[in-house]
Design a protein around this ligand. Structure first.
Ligand SMILES: [Fe+2]
Length: 289
């Protein structure tokens, strides 16, 4: 790992599982102060009637309030394509700064064309964009943001004390890895990003952004780096083998159900675009994806 110094500390981590999208949101607390962060908060969204909801996000907010915590950061590991973010909702109610990877600008570029709209439609009102290897704190907890592209160009892994929030680079060891076929995705880059994570100490806790409960097992979200080295998508293959395996799987996947509403809201940090009367709306480009 060269000069790299691991962040110190061991955060308390509470997971919240969003059934409808198979997503995980996390509440990450500094054990020595009331400071906390939320990672990847999910909005409830019903696509047929375009109905938004915040019952799930409110469960996280309620925990923050009842524990008397101070929300310092709301972190998006990437621009999600399968669920809408509740970052703006939490920020409005509890404060905190919304942070995402600096390459969010690239994702915005890629989708400006697909949405076919002026750039400000996808204007990104994030409070902070993390550079690769940027260090920050949650109270006294040390954290570092790593650029781990592949699933998308802006994906980051947040290493907070001994816990790695890997977004969609890895799923649980029995579930594999995330698709790399979105605009700007790349299976080779994903492999390299995963190697960076797997070089962390064996006991580093790994928290995933999704679990689709393979084989109908109970939902799981936490593993250790040593277990991830035996991840089913990595077993028995080198870099080229992984790329071939990933591409073969991706060729058979449908687009995520919520990709079109998700990207336009998530590039706006969890805010809906507004129509000329100031009411939320969504744009659905036809035949462009
Ligand atoms: Fe994702």
């Amino acid at each position: 790992m060269g000069e790299f110094r691991l962040p110190s500390g061991r955060p308390e981590v509470e997971a919240f599982y969003h059934e409808d999208t198979g997503s995980l949101s996390y509440l990450v607390k500094d054990p020595d102060s009331p400071a906390c962060a939320v990672i990847d908060p999910v909005m409830d969204y019903e696509p047929h009637g375009a109905r938004s909801g915040f019952a799930f996000a409110e469960r996280i907010a309620a925990r923050i309030r009842e524990r008397g915590l101070r929300l310092e950061w709301i972190i998006e590991t990437h621009v999600h394509a399968d669920h809408l973010s509740a970052a703006w909702y939490l920020r409005t109610g509890l404060g905190g700064r919304i942070g995402i990877g600096a390459r969010v600008a690239r994702v915005r570029e890629l989708f400006s064309d697909i949405y076919g709209v002026p750039e400000d439609f996808l204007d990104a009102p994030f409070d902070h964009v993390f550079a690769d290897d940027e260090r920050y704190r949650i109270g006294n907890l040390e954290a570092v943001a790593w650029h781990t592209p592949g699933h998308t160009p802006a994906c980051m892994t947040h290493l907070i004390g001994d816990a790695a929030f890997v977004g969609d680079t890895l799923f649980m060891p029995d579930a594999g890895t995330a698709r790399a076929d979105f605009p700007g995705g790349d299976a080779g880059m994903l492999y390299d990003s995963i190697q960076r994570i797997l070089a962390l100490p064996d006991e580093t806790r790994v928290f995933v952004c999704h679990d689709y409960r393979p084989g109908g097992r109970e939902v799981r979200w936490e593993s250790r780096v040593v277990e991830q080295r035996a991840n089913v998508h990595l077993a028995g293959v080198d870099r080229d083998g992984f790329i071939a395996r990933r591409r073969a799987i991706d060729a058979g996947l449908d687009l995520p159900r919520l990709i079109l509403p998700s990207i336009q809201v998530n590039l706006r940090a969890g805010r809906f675009p507004l129509d000329e009367t100031g009411r939320p709306w969504l744009k659905l480009p036809v035949d462009r994806l």
